[in-house]
Write a protein that binds this ligand. Structure first.
Ligand SMILES: [Zn+2]
Length: 160
């Protein structure tokens, strides 16, 4: 198929409109390409003239657009995959952090929460319970809380 016979289009035309010449008939008899073209051309012409097609072929533009959309959605999925894994990891770390703080400092946290109740505010003011929760634990709780909010926000934004 790399070297196409220059008479092939003439042969196809001849089959289509009957414009056969003697030299063309002689050529077809000796040329395999043109013989094949002459054989296929009537079928191709009939196929091209068919009005009732059982399967209507979709518009190439629609096919191209569909391929592009599928390609881009696949790319988005690929790009979103590491983020999802990272989110799961972040959730696990945060959950573990909360669990650790709650189990480790349960009594201290309870005292700290009670610290804000009206009864203890007076006691707290006197300095009796002011050191019930260390600064490191407080910082850890604030960090975990902000991390929780951050990951939640990221998840919400990523879903849009
Ligand atoms: Zn030929």
């Amino acid at each position: 198929m790399t070297t196409e016979c220059p008479f092939e289009s003439n042969v196809i035309d001849a089959v289509t409109d009957g414009s056969w010449t003697e030299s063309l008939r002689v050529h077809v008899a000796s040329c395999d390409d043109c013989a094949a073209a002459a054989e296929v051309a009537p079928w191709l012409t009939r196929f091209a003239g068919m009005d009732e097609r059982t399967h209507v072929l979709p518009d190439p533009a629609v096919l191209w657009l569909k391929a592009k959309v599928l390609q881009s959605s696949a790319a988005v999925e690929r790009a979103a995959l590491p983020i999802t894994r990272l989110q799961i990891a972040a959730y696990l770390i945060i959950a573990a952090g909360w669990a650790a703080i709650l189990t480790w400092k349960a009594s201290a946290l309870q005292a700290w929460i009670n610290h804000f109740s009206p009864g203890h505010l007076i006691l707290g003011a006197t300095g009796a319970e002011s050191t019930s929760l260390s600064l490191t634990v407080l910082v850890a709780i604030i960090a975990l809380a902000s991390a929780s909010v951050g990951v939640a926000m990221h998840t919400i934004l990523a879903e849009e």
